[in-house]
Write a protein that binds this ligand. Structure first.
Ligand code: PLP
Length: 377
């Protein structure tokens, strides 16, 4: 088995050791249903409340019902967006033109029903422009939904400025926080109504996520039931939820060190590769600590990705379409890059588990393979 260098942490992350230990410990325990009245149920309920309390404290939530557990970022997007729109058919929704498919596909389904969707351009920089948001709001809007950072380029949106405008216009604002949490400081300026996150992107288990709700936010339930304050029926994924709280404990106890480490490694990787003629970065806006999206001039990204994988380096390409064929990244295309550039670009996303030794190895492998392959075309 090759020694793998994993640079695909925006796709998913490895479980944190402290999370594993907590899960191993709990797997040996009899755990009841948190809704059961008996003692074992109450133990589970206690664990659930403790996890919610831990997360609420990190996000300065004053009441526990501001943290709603979900199965994923995708479910968080659905519950936040549909839940805020309630039963009233929306007329106008504003988003960026590079939202994650979990938001984009929902918006496209609204569009098919005749809802006006303004997709704000992000340009080569990769972030929306506040002027464009202001202009879009000249047509009254029911909702703004914007990602905190893009998962393909790592470029951040100015959430403080966006939230201020949403507040001024009294328009609910949903933020996709999936590519931000664990990779950058998360702030929750007044004006954000809901922000959703995903467990498997922050070294917790897959199958869990959560939404932070502003104190005044009221959502319409997506699945009726008694759990999650009536917003999401279904027996809770207790182990997933506990893994989330534990992963956040690890992160927030060393936030500055972790972010510095990841950024240091990402910058080292990026700077080293940029010194090679033919390689450049996609997205000039301010970025989270862990992501670099690089254009390898003269190469086919898919072929290069496979070659890198065979050499032990796992990176990623644009999204795979449903037929399994690789499509050039819609994010890069919508930013205004050519199809040829989008097809020759790869994303590398790091985590705190990467080491300097690995990154140095990756630099040697990527640069030598690139130079070799370029000579062949
Ligand atoms: N939003 C962003 C920015 C993402 O990168 C992802 C996953 O890749 C999601 C949302 C969806 O999260 P999940 O995989 O938990 O459904």
């Amino acid at each position: 088995m090759l020694n793998r260098i994993y640079l695909d942490n925006n796709a998913t992350t490895f479980l944190d050791q402290q999370v594993k230990e907590k899960l191993h410990f709990l797997l040996e325990k009899p755990l009841g249903n948190p809704s059961s009245i008996h003692a074992l149920g109450q133990v589970s309920k206690g664990l659930l409340v403790e996890a919610r309390r831990t997360i609420a404290s990190y996000f300065q939530a004053t009441t526990l019902n501001q943290i709603i557990f979900t199965s994923s970022g995708t479910e968080g997007a659905y519950l936040s967006i549909k839940g805020l729109l309630k039963d009233k058919p929306p007329k106008h929704i504003i988003a960026s033109n590079i939202e994650h498919p979990c938001v984009n596909q929902l918006l496209e389904s609204f569009q098919k029903q005749g809802v006006k969707i303004t997709f704000l351009p992000v340009g080569l920089e990769g972030a929306i422009h506040i002027q464009d948001l202001k202009k879009a709001l000249e047509v009254p809007a029911d909702l703004i939904t914007i990602m905190g950072a893009n998962n393909e380029t790592g470029v951040k949106n100015d959430l403080t400025a966006i939230a201020k405008i949403a507040l001024e216009h009294q328009v609910p604002l949903v933020v996709d926080g999936v590519a931000l949490l664990g990779k950058d400081k998360v702030t929750l300026p007044k004006g954000i109504s809901a922000m959703f996150f995903s467990g498997h992107k922050i070294h917790a288990l897959p199958g869990c996520g959560f939404i932070y709700l502003a104190p005044s936010t009221k959502l319409k339930p997506m699945i009726s039931g008694t759990q999650e304050f009536g917003l999401r029926g279904g027996t809770e994924n207790l182990l997933g939820i506990i893994s989330l709280a534990e992963a956040l404990k690890v992160f927030f106890s060393q936030e500055a060190e972790i972010l510095n480490k990841i950024k240091g490694l990402r910058d080292h990787l990026e700077q080293s590769l940029l010194s090679i003629p033919g390689i450049s970065v996609n997205g000039s806006g301010e970025r989270v600590s862990n992501t670099t999206n690089l254009y390898f001039e003269g190469l086919d990204g898919e072929t290069f990705l496979i070659a890198l994988d065979q050499a032990g380096v796992a990176v990623s390409l644009g999204s795979a379409c449903s037929s399994g064929a690789i499509e050039p990244s819609k994010v890069l295309l919508n930013m205004g890059f050519s199809r040829q550039r989008a097809e020759a670009s790869l994303r590398m996303s790091l985590s705190r588990f990467n080491t300097l030794e690995e990154i140095n190895q990756a630099i040697v492998i990527i640069s030598s393979l690139y130079q070799k392959k370029r000579k062949m075309v």
